[in-house]
Write a protein that binds this ligand. Structure first.
Ligand SMILES: NC(=O)c1ccc[n+]([C@@H]2O[C@H](COP(=O)([O-])OP(=O)(O)OC[C@H]3O[C@@H](n4cnc5c(N)ncnc54)[C@H](O)[C@@H]3O)[C@@H](O)[C@H]2O)c1
Length: 291
């Protein structure tokens, strides 16, 4: 099945990144979110990020203009009627995602494939809230989408081979490299990455090191490009906590218990870069550690 038109639900950091790379690769893209303002903000971010790519010589002005022409706003699911593929990238909350799938399915063509960018939630369980489990799968992009090479592909129990092959072709067309993961909590990348980030928060919570020492240790001592707390702020602490909860509940093992300090930051609304405060405070000229 040929994919030409792509719908994206959620215009946050991942949704706008997915729309960005799809439009640049020549797909027609429609972007949806809960309000027109959120869609506009997503489109403005894409515009800014494309301009940055022109400035750094990664793409030409003509490619930027072409990409912008390929993207439109879709305030309503009715706009998705002609989409061959719709990718859900709303918040990491199973109830929200299930509600979206129930609402969007009646507006999709019979042949449309539905994907989710979930970081951790069961593809099989999400598929069960759609009218097309065989045309449903996990398409897990990495952050920031325009820079990161990998896409994890996850089949649900019912995903058919045609769907998998179409999404694989689509991902390769975006010039991404794919890794196939089985449908277990948090798949491959976050099964490994998120417990490390959670452990970094425990290290902070127990006073083993402060924010600066922990990030410095992992950057200079383990050659990680970003410290784990810096990375958590970049991902979004709400997303990190949701993933740890999925791991904890899904694998029923206390080693995945979310650190109480991570819970506290999320309860405070200190979600990282997107709210200007997390393990670092981003409101000044330079990020300042909050502990
Ligand atoms: N942040 C990361 O590093 C990362 C990486 C890979 C995958 N993901 C996954 O991508 C998804 C989105 O994460 P994000 O980092 O972009 O979060 P975000 O907070 O930046 O954006 C979430 C967006 O979803 C929108 N939204 C909420 N309810 C909605 C609804 N009912 N319909 C449409 N839009 C709705 C919000 O308004 C917001 O714009 C999550 O499932 C997350 O686990 C995140």
């Amino acid at each position: 099945m040929q994919i030409n038109k792509v719908g994206v639900i959620g215009a946050g950091q991942m949704g706008n990144g997915i729309a960005h790379v799809c439009a640049l690769a020549g797909f027609q893209v429609l972007l949806n979110d809960v309000s027109k303002d959120k869609i506009e903000a997503g489109l403005a971010t894409i515009n800014g990020n494309l301009s940055r790519q022109v400035k750094s010589g990664k793409i030409t002005e003509a490619q930027r203009d072409g990409a912008l022409k390929n993207i439109g706003a879709a305030p309503s699911y009715e706009d998705f009627g002609a989409c061959d593929l719709v990718i859900e990238s709303a918040v990491e909350d199973e109830a929200v995602k299930r509600k979206i799938f129930t609402a969007v399915c009646p507006h999709l063509s019979d042949t449309a494939v539905l994907g989710t960018n979930t970081s951790s939630i069961s593809i099989t369980r999400l598929a069960a809230s759609t009218d097309r489990p065989e045309k449903f799968m996990g398409i897990h992009f990495m952050n920031p989408v325009p820079l990161m090479e990998l896409v994890e592909l996850i089949r649900g129990i019912a995903t058919d081979e045609q769907t998998f092959n179409s999404v694989k072709e689509f991902s390769l067309h975006l010039k991404k490299t794919i890794a196939v993961a089985e449908d277990f909590p948090a798949f491959i990348v976050n099964r490994i990455l998120m417990p490390m980030i959670n452990e970094a928060v425990y290290t902070l919570y127990e006073g083993v090191g402060n924010v600066e020492a922990i990030d410095l240790s992992m950057k200079l001592g383990a050659h990680h490009p970003m410290g784990p707390l810096e990375l958590a702020d970049f991902i979004g602490l709400d997303t990190c906590l949701s993933i740890m909860q999925v791991l904890y509940e899904g694998l029923a093992d206390s080693k995945y218990r979310p650190c109480p300090l991570l819970v506290k930051y999320v309860e405070a609304g200190w979600l990282g870069r997107k709210t200007n405060r997390g393990f670092y405070d981003y409101r000044g000229e330079k990020p300042v550690p909050t502990r």
